[in-house]
Design a protein around this ligand. Sequence first.
Ligand SMILES: *Cc1c(COP(=O)(O)O)cnc(C)c1O
Length: 423
Amino acid sequence: MNDLAERDRAVIWHPFTQMQTAPAPISIARGKGSILYGTDGREYLDMISSWWVNLHGHAHPHIAQRVAEQLQTLEHVIFADFTHEPAVELAERLLAILPQNQKRVFYSDNGSTAVEVALKMAFQYWHNLGLLRRKVVALENAYHGDTFGAMAVGGRSAFTAPFAPFLFDVDYLPTPIPGEEADVLKRAEALFTDDTAAFIVEPLVQGAGGMVMYQPEILDKLIRLARQYGALIIADEVMTGFGRTGRLFASDHLTEKPDLMCLSKGLTGGTMALSITTCTQAIYEAFLSTDKHKTLFHGHSFTANPLACAASLASMDLLLSAETQQAIQRIVQKHSAFARQLAAYSTVENIRQQGTLLAFDLRAGEQTSYFNSIRDAAYTFLLEQGILMRPLGNVLYLMPPYCTTNEQLDYTYAKIKELLHTL
Ligand SMILES: *Cc1c(COP(=O)(O)O)cnc(C)c1O
């Protein structure tokens, strides 16, 4: 164990980590492009975009420059009663690329809070209209974050079990994966009622739930059904946003656009903590009143932090460039070709792709949970080959930054094949 890892061990409590049994953390000194450099000189190809946040590679000079300039101009200012250029410009530029019905941007600072805000907007929308609606419909297996409201609308699992008594009730629909669509639609017909306040989904890809993918057509149908009962639609695009699905947003694949959207992770290109919740004009207007009780009483200390907004503006420059848009399509093509090769492996099943996201299940025998050992074996094997991937149970997935080169992808594909031969 190196010095930094030892000092870490003495003082740090890591996220999602059983501290008693976890191996020593890997010390990272710096990053460039898709590569992370360890303090011991080892290199790791970051094929999961550092927990799904990084879009353009690490320590990108354009983002660094823009944040550095902002840091010398205005680092932060209270966002109630005050405003600043980066927040306004970012909202303008985001609304220009989001589905056209999205009209207002509310800032917070991580994906979970973006979901909390969307839920509070939805509940208070009905409250402000003087209509009582209590029910939320969500998908089984969903992940919407780790704060209480976000946990409540997520699928119930070992992760939420200790908190189950404290989570509000939610009605769940099974994920409409290919083959299950008709059944799910039938279940939905019985589930949506005039009491449904909101229907929340991770559109097309359930990330933390195991990169479970489903088609836009069935989501359109479910949204239309929910709308027959007047329910508000919340698209949690915290993971799917900013190009991951091959389009800018997963909602771009849909005919039916959501009423509320949650974005974070890639929002700043993975540089800083920032998130937004956006909504339609109708939702916004339900909060307008001379009666102060109709105000959305929500905010965070670092709401619309100028540095984070500057990082986001720089990331947008890069994301919308022809170069990045071509890179996204290049990765989509490379993944497709690799997916076809994977089909020949008996140790692989359930191969699925949505844009730059490619996932498949390792045939795991009896145990197929997050806690099983095939996961640890795969994780360790790939790490030893200098590839950072973090299987979700027996689900192996690729979510590379868009700057990842063909050589880096080919290297990763080859090592995955080697791994498959060892299973
Ligand atoms: C990661 C994630 C969240 C939570 O975001 P945090 O920034 O980790 O709080 C919410 N929803 C989805 C779909 C996510 O993938």
